[in-house]
Design a protein around this ligand. Structure first.
Ligand SMILES: Cc1cc2nc3c(=O)[nH]c(=O)nc-3n(C[C@H](O)[C@H](O)[C@H](O)COP(=O)(O)O)c2cc1C
Length: 343
């Protein structure tokens, strides 16, 4: 099945908080689909980011948003203070104050979509749910294709019934958040080899395989299992064009598959990354605020740690194929992946 008329059916995964214009544009320029993660971006930042992407490439690209699930925490000031205080040692370690409660932890989906509609990227990809019929309709009216992300067959079916143009099948090997929305993430952990052919059998839209694909062998295997495209994260994350810090890139190259873990420590939601010092300490403390509060709270020291290249105090998201991510540049990674595409 063709995928959005791409020259090469390789999608760069979006990295909420860590996408870079350079990496997204580089994958689109190479004939794949670069994606940019807009998690946490407000309207003005979305408009300026999409303008930068357009300036960097005339080829199609995707942008990605997180759908609200309805259980986002709305803590009061007292709850905020308790959870913020629990992270005090990490603020102190990077020399920032324990942060006061913000006006909001995240911009609204409506604000994000308003900006996206105006900018009309080629593709909108979403996680954590099925976009509403109004969202799908508005996207299609503007010529924007919609991709949804499934961690189980039931989620893939729900997305296809919701009118998306393609489904990303996200195996539990993947880096970053488990984007499950029908059952708890812990109860939706299916490896890509099992998930992919079952999703292909269950839906009649193109299926994009994500999770653990880091070289030509992974790409060939995904197509053999019925994929119409692949979405790759970790392999691109460790390249020069990525926004990941040097410490994060080094950690990707140095972490064995079994050393990546699923943890709620950094964001309040289950996500895969390296079990570094901050993950171990927060897990041991037993105090983890719900999402999105925990993500916002850790974000205050993660940003400062990132500026100082302190890997032990960052979210070192990476997938189980981290040891295969050995490419210096995005074009090197792309060429290797493209070598596995069916002729
Ligand atoms: C730092 C980081 C942030 C991510 N953020 C998002 C996100 O905001 N939205 C999303 O759909 N996927 C996100 N992902 C998942 C990737 O887009 C991709 O699907 C995944 O990395 C594929 O698995 P792999 O890393 O094994 O290749 C993120 C991955 C990483 C490494």
């Amino acid at each position: 099945m063709s995928l959005f008329d791409l020259e090469h059916r390789i999608v760069l995964g979006p990295f909420g908080g860590l996408s870079s214009v350079a990496l997204t544009a580089s994958v689109s320029e190479a004939g794949g689909l670069g994606s940019y993660g807009l998690y946490g971006y407000d309207g003005p930042r979305i408009r300026s980011t999409i303008a930068e992407l357009r300036a960097a490439t005339s080829k199609p690209f995707a942008v990605n948003v997180w759908l609200p699930t309805g259980d986002e925490a709305e803590p009061d000031a007292a709850q905020h203070a308790v959870f913020a205080q629990a992270l005090q040692p990490f603020y102190e370690a990077v020399g920032v104050d324990v942060p006061a409660r913000p006006e909001r932890y995240l911009p609204s989906l409506e604000e994000q979509l308003d900006a996206i509609w105006d900018a009309a990227p080629a593709v909108l990809s979403v996680v954590f749910g099925v976009p509403s019929p109004q969202v799908v309709e508005e996207a299609h009216r503007r010529g924007i294709r919609v991709m949804g992300t499934a961690t189980t067959v039931a989620e893939a079916v729900a997305l296809a019934e919701g009118g998306v143009d393609a489904v990303v099948a996200s195996g539990a090997e993947s880096a970053g958040h488990r984007v499950s929305f029908l059952r708890a993430a812990e109860d939706s952990l299916v490896g890509l080899f099992s998930l992919l052919p079952q999703v292909v059998d269950a839906v009649d839209v193109p299926v994009i395989a994500a999770g653990g694909i880091s070289d030509r062998r992974g790409v060939a295997a995904a197509f053999a299992l019925g994929a119409s495209g692949v979405q790759v994260g970790t392999a691109f994350l460790a390249t020069a064009e990525s926004a990941a810090t040097e410490a994060h890139r080094d950690a990707v190259r140095a972490t064995a598959a079994e050393e990546t873990v699923l943890t709620r420590a950094m964001s309040g939601r289950l996500a895969r990354g390296a079990r570094n010092r901050v993950v171990r300490a927060i897990e041991a403390s037993g105090t983890i605020a719900p999402f999105p509060m925990q993500n916002w709270l850790t974000g205050r020291f993660r940003a400062a740690a990132g500026e100082r290249n302190l890997g032990e105090l960052q979210s070192l998201w990476m997938g189980q194929s981290a040891p295969l991510a050995r490419y210096a540049t995005a074009s090197e990674a792309f060429a290797e992946l493209a070598a596995g595409l069916p002729g």
